[in-house]
Design a binder for this molecule. Sequence first.
Ligand code: CMC
Length: 432
Amino acid sequence: MTITKGKKAKLTLDGQELDLDVVVGSEGEHGIDISKLRAKTGYITLDEGYGNTGSCTSDITFINGEEGILRYRGYRIEDLCEQSSFTEACYLLLHDRLPSSEQMKTFSRLLNQHSLLHEDMRHLFSAFPHDAHPMNILGTMVNAMSSFYPNVDSLSMRESIDLTAARLISKIRTIACYAHKKNTGDPIVYPQKDYNYCENFLNMMFWSPVNNYELKPDRVRALNTLLILHADHEQNCSTSTVRLVGSSQANLYASISAGISALWGPLHGGANQAVLDMLNAIQTEGGDIQRFIDRAKDKTDNFRLSGFGHRVYKNYDPRATILKKMCMNILEEEAAQQPLLDIALRLEAAVLKDEYFVSRKLYPNVDFYSGLVYMALGFPTNMFTVLFTIGRLPGWIAHWKEMVQAPAKIGRPRQIYTGKQEQQYIKIEDRG
Ligand code: CMC
């Protein structure tokens, strides 16, 4: 729902005055519509990193970064984490409404029916080195799904989007667990039809013929909460990537695979692994948090405190608030991880008092505490970003669906060229 009120912005350029429409969103956000700017003036806007650029209008997720608000389809993240499940959150994001009991049953059945991988696809895992990063395996396998489940170009997808969404959401979890077993060398565990989404996930990850993994309800609940927290975050780097790739009418699998690559970077989803590496490094070096803070503030050093700062949140990330609480509860029983939690709490307390971080409004983000919870659940660090990916998948699909169902244009930014002006070509034998 986009509202364009009568309000106009005035732009004066080269003596010419231009009226630009002001677009107002349903939560009162304002944007200036510059889509005709170049045609009318010859100018474009320049916004490196897109900090001030709205690339689309969207009905999916609302964030107020100043006040620390996050809502999916109008529902508060706090309420969803407390009362919903990941599969229900998937349905909500994909369909713009909470499901009835019947719709929920049908969706769960669909997820169960599509949890297995084509056996030929399973063989692809053997081509990877045993220590391949699971994010690499995940991106490759999702891309390969376009070969195993063909005819998914964006136009024909409009009818089969629900089926393809269920297939992706279900199979990505199976792929993730197979990737982990590839790393450990243990036999893979097939999904079971009597388990729900998160139970199946934990069982496929941790069951082995010599370790009869026991499913504990609090762990299953924790995993649900973690995945809900990551399920969407409007136009972040990976979601924008999915939309941009999809805007060329590339198929959904290819678009999602590109999103996985974008998410892998340490400034984005890869930060959760980087946080754990950083906390471990602080511990190994004797627990001196101040040395790491000083490095992060030093402009001659590239080091940043992973898990702090956010493009949109200039307040405490609401996801970090939920995760911190969860982390304290779950780590109560995990004596071995107490020292890392203690370092994290001391680091956060010191950062929140430090003028450098305070003046730049740098608070803990979703990645700061999530890794500690993943670790308490038994996940190795190289699986942390994979968990973020699985959580974010319904959001990516919802955005892709929203884009292909609207009369979308191909995404194609412009640039201000700053290179050489026209050069004369010199034959190779005449060059000095
Ligand atoms: N440690 C030290 N300084 C920082 C940090 C940090 N973690 N984050 C930002 N700054 C400084 C930055 O150096 C800059 O200082 P100055 O104004 O003196 O140049 C200022 O704060 C603004 O930073 P920015 O890089 O212009 O902000 P951005 O909006 O472009 O970047 C960010 C956002 C998340 C990439 C950045 O805060 C960062 O690198 N954080 C660490 C990585 C991280 O935790 N990423 C996960 C993000 S949340 C989950 C997700 O969306 O994937």
